[in-house]
Design a protein around this ligand. Sequence first.
Ligand code: EPU
Length: 440
Amino acid sequence: MDKFVIKGGRRLSGEVVISGAKNAVVAILPAVILSDQPCIIDNVPDINDVRISLKILREIGAEVSRLDTCKYRIDPTTIKRFCVPYESAKKMRASYYFLGALLGKYNQARVSMPGGCPLGDRPIDQHLKAFSILGADYTLSQGMIDLKAQKLTGNQIFFDVVTVGATMNAMLAAVKAEGLTIIENAAKEPHIVDLANFLNSMGANIMGAGTDVIKIRGVEYLRGTEYSVVPDQIEAGTFMIAAAATKGDVLLKNIIPKHLESITKKLEKIGVNIESFDDSMRVWVEADAPLVKVNVKTSPHPGFPTDMQPQIATLLTLASGTSIVTESIWDKRFGYVDELRRMGADITVNGSVALIEGTGRLNGAPVKACDLRAGAALIIAGLAANGVTEIEDIFHIERGYDSMEIKLRQLGADIEKVAIPDEVQTNLERNNLSENAQAV
Ligand code: EPU
């Protein structure tokens, strides 16, 4: 087990190259299954969720080879199994994309139910609804989801909630279905558009991705393609906030400024300077410039992303005034607040609303990441804090951020990844167990 040790107070400056998007690549890698020829995928981030996706592809029989740091060749024509067992699926919620991809190609899929999640209840009823509207029967038993169809036929799918995962899964299942599928109340995130672009580059016929109505005319054959994954808007946003929190001056490269508009607008209100170019963006704050309060409410794209909520809340602890942050996607996305309080933050949470009294400063402390974006927020807090911050459970962060500490060091941060010796780790786990036992 590793932890991050950060000596705070250093101003970030320089250039950082943003990697491919986690939430696009975890759908594009399974989508390769639909191809009738090998594909080459570029700009693949070096993150644990990618490693798990590639492992699952290998387990079901695909041939995967790494051509370069961020480039893979995947041959799906050798796939022989249609089952993703619990051991692999439990490590990543996005394993549910193997349902849509296997069903869309082979009319059958067997994937372990995605497990519990620190963000709260994460139902998949809308995914199952879409599959069944397209003609699949499903059964749930012993923790596995079984999907089977005689054939898939295009149909009208209206989602009861705006859902990224179910929109992508419906696209995967519909792309080879006979006739026209119309998805209404679809999610509009950049990764939805990226999945559509990838499938279209193989010969699919998808229109309207990025709007709330997506039309898919099924095709029989999908050819191999070479495709580069869209830049990660959340990684970019995280670095924007890290630059702002340290009153730094950072040029982000390999980004799409349009995807960052909701984040940019909020940061400008807080007092952050932002200049956008074609595929890069400069983010800076003068050393003596004040940061001021703002209210933020998360909502589906093009609204402010829930995946940036912990990071912006952390920045607001450093601003003057009282900010209100409202979370409208996940029930339990304030898990990081207790950790920030250990660093001196003044935050009160009431249901889905957090009241942040900006104190202008944070102090280093030992803290624990409880999920991916919570971990990113604690890194930002540690970079801005006085003194030393030690962050445990960084495996959450490494699920979704490519070389986070290396990129930050290149910007001048004092951050190290340090191994926690086994003996200390065992004691920590023992203490955690007894704490949990007391809590119950
Ligand atoms: N929902 C349902 N039924 C469903 C599916 C979703 O009620 O069948 C509800 C959820 O409970 C939630 C809302 O719909 O309240 C939105 O969920 P969505 O399906 O959009 O989330 P997701 O696809 O499971 C993806 C990202 C999350 C991100 C959300 C929202 C991936 C792999 N994950 O999750 O990313 O928070 O969209 O944008 O794309 C992260 O990267 O840190 C992360 C958690």
